[in-house]
Design a protein around this ligand. Sequence first.
Ligand SMILES: [Zn+2]
Length: 234
Amino acid sequence: MNIRAETLRTLHRLHRQLSDVRDRLARGPKQIAAGQAAVAHCEEQLKQAKDAHLKARVNADRKQLQLREREARVADLKVKLNQASSNREYQALKEQIAADEQANRVLEDEILEALEQIDLLAGKVREAQDLLARSKAELEKTIRRVDEEKVVCEAELVRLTQELHQTEALLPADFLAEYQRVVNARGENALAPLNNRYCGNCNCALTPQAVQQVLLEKPVFCRSCGALLYLPEP
Ligand SMILES: [Zn+2]
């Protein structure tokens, strides 16, 4: 039984190309999943930025309300000061007013700081919105590219499979089962070129008899990795 080296070379090329096309097809959904994960991450970042912004606004509102209440209290105390009936009461009210006004100045500073914080956090919300928009656009682009590539790859798969069947038809009929077994088990590594006297797949040395058989275009399997060996292009 002879098998032309050219047939085996073509078969190996086709198995490698098929495996490459299948890899490319499998990569697409992974790239889309990665893009979706990026969008989800950006959505989460935006949610956190919005939450922080809202919290800062609630905080500033609360402080402003507190300030208005305290200012009203100071105004009340000033009325009472005018109506004070004793010097002692007058002094106590004056001290209370001074303390409250001091506390209000501190609160005013805190409000200014809180307003600055709100501006800063609003900026972060806009940044997060931009990032989300960009990651969504990127995902759309990836989906389109993967879809286009899928069409190309599927056509390629059909073409290569046809060529594979045509080439397999050149194998001796009583060798087909053995060939199919090694292909099923090893995929693109089912075949290997003879590299001097080594297996081109696993690099194991072959016996001189095995090398001789390959040169005579007889079916020889590597004893180490099981690959069907063939003569490389001269
Ligand atoms: Zn080997």
